[in-house]
Design a protein around this ligand. Structure first.
Ligand SMILES: Cc1ncc(COP(=O)(O)O)c(C=O)c1O
Length: 480
């Protein structure tokens, strides 16, 4: 019930914080200022300077609600505006309203995904999403879970594969040097290397396969590397293809990789953290042809589907693997052998407590439908093509890799004889320093390349043009 003070203001406590109009004001002000062209993307301050602008101290005595709001305002004001339409730094940007509501209401109901008993609706939603995604991917009898991110999805896929290759691994641990070797492309995400560390395989046993100019794994090179491994007495057990590489946005040829995996009985995993969403677009899904032959698929809905982080799925083609890999003894205090128990998802999860990340995806999908998401992906591709066009028609810009999807890799070519890498790093830094845009860079071979990523659903052609106008103007002012 609302309580009022003598001045007629709502009295706010922890349990009715949302009755305070200031909360909604904070959200609205933040979101509307994201769209104001005068708002900078980032303050880009070094830690010492930032520390001097905000109060980070934690005192013995708590603070007032007013002070709490000041702290929240400071947090928002000095955080990078990742929903700003000049934020291109990561493989995601902004979020949709249903996604935000899902995040909010998941926290409000605050449950955990381990048992059906404590998360009945969320469990059914998660299963619905797994079946829906499985159907789209062409998996007949899928299973899956929301995981803590693409890295975790890749790790768990490799873990299933390791335990399949070494059936006594789970209970006995490594008996002898295993000789297991895994394969990914040289442009695959670094989480595969981390996984070989976590899983006790050793990073030298991850063989990185050469890619073509577009950044796609070369199947012939994979076949040769597998043969070479066999000749060395190793045991090839896993191949991870990438659908949407981190830097170039390239799609490995899944059909051809699937054939090699089948020939050598390798677990065939597809890392679709970035590009997995493309499967929702009838126009572009041919990029993922062969996905139906994958044993597992990692997918980050928080990248191109406009959901607040984290929203990530590991999908497995056949039921049973997740439970076999993650089941343990001594958990009957939580997983009960009763009518509800058989619906528990926690028995096949690596985590115990697990957030309800399914809600935001379910709400979003409900709202936009298959068609809404297909249109979203198609729009991203159109905008990416538009950005590529600008690069191609501007003499001072150079495309650094053929564009496959939503990543555009390019650099600026100064008139003066400046070091190209140094100049482009400086240019990118200058855009960040002035807060005009935040865009990331990577090295392709030895060359610094600016990586523009089209991932924000609010983005327009004008925003893309503005980015290039600002970049060129800044570059010209530096090129003297
Ligand atoms: C291709 C690819 N795989 C995996 C990941 C890791 O995903 P996460 O950051 O959710 O762990 C990324 C992250 O950008 C990625 O680009």
């Amino acid at each position: 019930m609302r309580k009022y003070n003598k001045k007629g203001e709502i009295v706010v406590s922890n349990t009715n914080l949302f009755l305070d109009p200031r909360v909604i004001d904070l959200v609205n002000t933040y979101l509307t200022s994201n769209t104001d062209p005068e708002t900078i993307v980032t303050h880009h301050l070094p830690p010492e300077e930032l520390r001097s602008k905000i109060d980070l101290t934690l005192a013995e005595q708590g603070c007032s609600l007013d002070d709490l709001y000041v702290a929240i305002e400071q947090y928002l004001s000095f955080s990078v505006r990742t929903g700003h339409r000049q934020f291109f730094n990561q493989l995601w940007s902004g979020f949709t309203l249903p996604g935000f509501l899902g995040e909010l209401f998941a926290s409000l109901a605050n449950t955990s995904m381990y048992t059906y008993e404590v998360a009945p609706v969320a469990t059914l939603m998660e299963k619905e999403l797994i079946n829906k995604l499985g159907g789209i991917c062409g998996f007949e009898n899928p299973e899956g879970l929301f995981v803590t991110g693409g890295s975790n999805g890749n790790l768990q896929a490799m873990m299933i594969a390791r335990n399949r290759a070494l059936p006594r691994m789970k209970s006995e641990g490594f008996q002898d040097p295993s000789g297991l070797i895994a394969f990914v492309s040289e442009e695959a995400h670094y989480s595969f290397e981390k996984s070989t560390n976590v899983l006790g395989l050793g990073s030298n046993n991850l063989r990185k396969i050469k890619t073509d100019a577009e950044g796609r794994m070369i199947p012939k090179e994979l076949a040769m590397a597998v043969e070479q491994g066999l000749q060395q007495g190793k045991q090839p057990f896993f191949v991870g293809a990438t659908a949407g590489t981190t830097v170039k946005g390239a799609f490995d040829p899944l059909e051809e990789i699937a054939a090699i995996a089948k020939q050598h009985n390798l677990w065939f995993h597809v890392d679709g953290a970035l590009g997995g969403t493309v499967i929702l677009s009838p126009r572009h899904r041919s990029l993922l042809e062969g996905l139906d032959k994958a044993d597992s698929f990692a997918w980050n809905a928080h990248k191109l589907m406009g959901l607040p982080l984290v929203c990530s799925i590991l999908l497995v083609r056949e039921k049973g693997h997740l439970l076999k890999t993650n089941s343990v003894t001594g958990a009957d205090y939580i997983f009960h052998d009763d009518a509800f128990g058989s619906h528990d998802l926690g028995t096949m999860s690596m985590q115990c407590g697990r957030r309800v990340d399914a809600l935001k995806l379910w709400l979003s999908w409900k709202y936009y439908g298959d068609i809404g998401y297909a249109e979203r992906i198609d729009r991203f591709f159109e905008l990416a093509a538009f950005a590529e066009e600008i690069v191609n028609r501007t003499p001072s810009l150079e495309l650094m890799a053929p564009r496959s999807s939503v990543n555009i890799c390019f650099r600026y070519l100064p008139n003066t004889s400046k070091d190209l890498n140094h100049f482009n790093l400086y240019l990118r830094e200058e855009l960040a320093r002035t807060g005009k845009a935040l865009v990331n860079y990577a090295r392709l071979r030895e060359n610094v390349t600016i990586r523009l990523v089209i991932a924000n659903h609010e983005l327009t052609r004008e925003d893309v043009s503005l980015f290039f106008d600002n970049l060129i103007q800044t570059a010209e002012s530096l090129d003297r």
